[in-house]
Design a protein around this ligand. Structure first.
Ligand code: G1P
Length: 294
């Protein structure tokens, strides 16, 4: 029997400099894809995988995220008085249960590994998920749910991976695989964070979804720095691989890197097209944009 995955860590301390000036006063995680903030997609993915408690690792100027997942008492009261049942239902559906979120601060931007380590006391001694909120995933079944399903068979540690063009491997964590577990999953034999151009062991990048055992925290507590002078999660995972097994999953679905402008805009189009009313207006607009007749 594997221990269940009940908690997830969402590191949301990043500054979002690529989206200035929008992110001067608004956290990048609160920028919207259609009508939902990016962070809401990630929380919804986690909850669809059965996650019961979400730990946000925040930083200064991120309090809006906490407000977003709280009850907006005055707003809801006004909606009730005006019989706006649909809007109320929407707010209720997206709001986590009272007591099912925690917020802790990463006091200095020392790297992803450091951000995750900041959640150690709240996670305690149990396996947990990590979802990087720059990445949102459009899939039939929540990507994290696909990972939890695999975890129930394999235990250990699981990382979502996908292919990237070879000239982009230096921007990501890259894994090397050994034997297959099934059509979509393999054992991981090596990983490296942001390999120098031409040295990547494969073209499979770490997508930003992880299921990890709590022993990762002991390794992160060494605070060793790696690529870019930061405390890297990948480096500690590589150390954990000496004692525990790691599996990769090529999930069904498509990821959008909303930390980049092309990814953010593509996500808006992809999720917008899911709404038939929006699609009806978007299709002729995009056709005109391609033909240069806007
Ligand atoms: C982080 C991880 C990297 C992963 C990437 C996915 O890098 O360190 O392994 O591939 O997220 O987006 P960052 O984007 O924070 O530089």
């Amino acid at each position: 029997m594997t221990k269940p995955i009940r908690k997830a860590v969402l590191p949301v301390a990043g500054l979002g400099t690529r989206f200035l000036p929008a992110t001067k006063a608004v956290p990048k995680e609160m920028l919207t894809i259609v009508e939902r903030p990016i962070i809401q997609y990630v929380v919804d993915e986690a909850r669809a995988a059965g996650i019961e408690h979400i730990v946000f690792v925040t930083g200064r100027n991120k309090h809006v995220i906490e407000d977003h997942f709280d009850m907006a008492y005055e707003l809801e009261d006004t909606l009730k008085a005006r019989n706006k049942a649909e809007a109320l239902k929407l707010l209720e559906e997206h709001r986590p249960q009272p007591g099912s979120t925690s917020f802790t601060r990463q006091q200095a931007p020392l790297g992803l590994g450091h951000a995750i380590w900041c959640a150690r006391d709240i996670i305690g001694d149990e396996p947990f998920a990590i979802l990087l909120p720059d990445v949102i995933i459009k899939s039939k079944v929540s990507c994290l749910k696909q990972m939890v399903d695999l975890y129930q068979q394999t235990g250990g540690n699981i990382i979502a991976v996908e292919e990237v063009p070879e000239d982009q491997t230096q921007n990501y964590g890259i894994v090397e695989l050994s034997e297959k577990i099934n059509d979509n999953a393999s054992r991981i034999s090596n990983m490296v964070e942001k390999p120098a151009p031409g040295t990547a062991p494969s073209n499979l990048m770490i997508t930003g979804r992880y299921l990890l055992q709590p022993e990762i925290f002991d390794l992160l507590s060494n605070q060793d720095t790696g690529a870019g002078g930061e405390i890297q999660l990948t480096d500690s995972m590589l150390k954990l691989m000496r004692d525990q097994h790691f599996a990769s999953i090529k999930f069904e679905g498509r990821s959008y890197d909303c930390g980049s402008k092309p990814g953010f805009l593509s996500a808006n189009i992809a999720f917008g097209m899911d709404d038939p009313n929006l699609a009806e207006e978007l299709i002729p607009f995009m056709r005109a944009a391609i033909e240069g007749s806007l």
